[in-house]
Design a protein around this ligand. Structure first.
Ligand code: DSN
Length: 431
C-alpha cells in the first residue's frame, strides 16, 4: 500500500500545529480586535456562526451560474444555500429580486454598470471628496476610466447635498445613470428627489446603501428600494456579516440583466462559503433583536457625534443619520494621517478621510471617519460612546499641543480603552 499523500494530519491537523506562522498572525489579529476599539465605519464583528459558515467545506465547491442553472455538478446543497440567501435578502429588504454573488460592494456596482451602461456613458455621482465612493466614477478607478463621470458635491455652508444643484447638473450632462450613496456621507439621502431627477432626465437611479444597509434592515433608516432602479449593498458593515455584496431590485427585466452582468459578465465562480456566511448574516438580521441593534447603532452614532461636537470637534453636516460621521480637523491644525496614527496608538482604530474642500493628498487628508457598528456589536451603549468621544478628543487635544510626541496621552487613553474592552469582551471562545 502506498503512503498516503497528503497524510491523515492534512484533514485533522489544526492551524496552530500545521502552520504556526499563519496562526500567529491570526492570533495577533484576534488580540488586536479584543483589546482595541474598532471605529472604522466599514467594519463590524461577525458572529461565531458567520465565522463557521465562512470556514466551512463550502469553500471547496465550484459553482458557476445560478441555482437550477449551473455549469458544474454536485450542486444540491450549493443551490439550497444560494436560494436561502436570496430568499432571506428579499424578505429582509422587501424586494422582488436579489443577487447574492458579488464578492464586494465594488463588484456589485460594477455589475450594475455592466447591466445599464456602455463604455463612455455619462454617470452622475457624489464626488469622493464629498463622501462618495471610488467605484462611483473616481478618476483612478475603472469606473472613472471607462465611463464619463460627472460629480456633484456637498454645500459648503452645511455639508449637505444640494438637490437643486444635482438637478441642474443632471439637466446639463444628461447622465444615463445617477448614483446616490457613498462611503463618508452621513445624512439621509433624498431618494424620492433623486428618482424624480432621474426620471426627468431619462436616467436610471442606483442607490448604494453599503453604509446604512443594516439600518434599513432594522427599520431605522428609509429604504431606497421603492425609489431606485437598482440598490447595491455590502454585507460587512452595519449588516454585521462577512465580506461581500448584494444587488437588489424590483424589476424582472433589470434583474435578468443584473444576473448576467454578475455571471458571466464580471465574475466567474462565486465564493460559496461567503454566500453561506451571507445567508447567516441575513438570517440574523431577520431576527427581532436586529431591530434593537440597529436602533442602538443610530443612538450610539449620535452620542459619539454629540460628544465630539461638545469637545469642539467639527462634524461635517453637524451630526449623523447613519452609523458613520466625518470629523473635520482643519480648525485643530492636525492632519487625518497624524490623528489616525495617534488614535491607533491609543487603541482607537479609525481611518483618515478627505473632508469637503480638502486640499491635502488622500494619503494625508484633513479628516477622520468614525463608525459605531462594531462597537455597538460589542455591547457599547451611548454612555460608552460618549466616553469614547471624550477619549478621541483627549488624543486630538494632546496632538494639537504636542504634535511631535503624544505618547503620554496615548498611553493614558490606551489604559481606559483596555478597561472598556475587558468590560465588553469578544470571541472569548476563540481564546
Ligand atoms: N468602501 C470602503 C469603506 O467605506 O471603507 C470599504 O468598504
Amino acid at each position: 500500500m502506498s503512503v498516503r499523500i497528503p497524510g491523515p494530519e492534512y484533514f485533522s491537523g489544526h492551524l496552530s500545529q500545521s502552520d504556526p506562522e499563519v496562526h500567529a498572525a491570526i492570533t495577533g489579529e484576534l488580540r488586536r480586535q479584543q483589546d482595541g476599539i474598532e471605529l472604522i465605519a466599514s467594519e463590524n464583528i461577525v458572529s461565531l456562526a458567520s465565522l463557521e459558515a465562512l470556514g466551512s467545506v463550502m469553500v471547496n465547491k465550484t459553482v458557476e451560474g445560478y441555482p437550477g442553472k449551473r455549469y458544474y455538478g454536485g450542486v444540491e446543497f450549493a443551490d439550497k444555500l444560494e436560494r436561502l440567501a436570496i430568499d432571506r435578502a428579499k424578505e429582509l429588504f422587501q424586494c422582488n429580486y436579489a443577487n447574492v454573488q458579488p464578492h464586494s460592494g465594488s463588484q456589485a456596482n460594477q455589475a450594475a454598470y455592466l447591466a445599464l451602461l456602455k463604455p463612455g456613458d455619462t454617470l452622475l455621482s457624489l464626488a469622493l471628496t464629498s463622501g462618495g465612493h471610488l467605484s462611483h466614477g473616481a478618476k483612478p478607478n475603472l469606473t472613472g476610466k471607462w465611463f464619463h463621470p460627472v460629480q456633484y458635491g456637498v454645500r459648503k455652508s452645511d455639508g449637505l447635498i444640494d438637490m437643486d444643484e444635482v438637478e441642474r447638473i443632471a439637466r446639463e450632462c444628461r447622465p444615463k445613470l445617477i448614483i446616490c450613496g457613498g462611503s463618508a456621507y452621513s445624512r439621509v439621502l433624498d431618494f424620492a428627489g433623486f428618482r424624480r431627477i432621474a426620471d426627468d432626465v431619462g436616467a436610471y437611479l442606483l442607490a448604494d446603501m453599503a453604509h446604512f444597509a443594516g439600518l434599513v434592515a432594522g427599520g431605522q433608516h428609509p429604504s431606497p428600494i421603492p425609489h431606485a432602479h437598482i440598490v447595491t449593498a455590502t454585507t460587512y458593515k452595519n449588516l454585521r456579516g462577512v465580506r461581500g455584496g448584494l444587488i437588489l431590485c424590483n424589476d424582472a427585466d433589470l434583474a435578468k440583466k443584473i444576473d448576467s452582468a454578475m455571471f458571466p459578465g464580471i465574475q466567474g465562480s462565486s465564493i460559496l462559503n461567503a454566500i453561506a456566511a451571507k445567508a447567516v448574516c441575513l438570517g440574523e438580521a431577520l431576527k427581532p433583536e436586529f431591530k434593537i441593534y440597529a436602533a442602538r447603532v443610530l443612538e450610539n452614532a449620535r452620542a459619539l457625534a454629540n460628544a465630539l461636537i461638545s469637545r469642539g470637534i467639527t462634524i461635517v453636516s453637524g451630526g449623523t443619520d447613519t452609523p458613520l460621521m466625518l470629523a473635520d480637523l482643519r480648525s485643530l491644525e492636525i492632519t487625518g494621517a497624524l490623528a489616525s496614527e495617534s488614535l491607533e496608538a491609543a487603541g482607537l482604530t479609525c481611518n483618515k478621510n478627505a473632508v469637503p474642500g480638502d486640499t491635502t493628498p488622500p494619503t494625508i487628508t484633513s479628516g477622520l471617519r468614525f463608525g459605531v457598528s462594531a462597537g455597538t456589536t460589542r455591547g457599547f451603549g451611548s454612555v460608552e460612546f460618549t466616553e469614547i468621544g471624550n477619549l478621541i478628543a483627549d488624543v486630538l487635544d494632546g496632538l494639537s499641543e504636542n504634535p511631535n510626541d503624544n505618547s503620554a496621552c496615548e498611553h493614558a487613553v490606551r489604559k481606559k480603552v483596555l478597561d472598556l474592552c475587558q468590560e465588553y469582551p469578544i470571541y472569548s471562545d476563540l481564546d
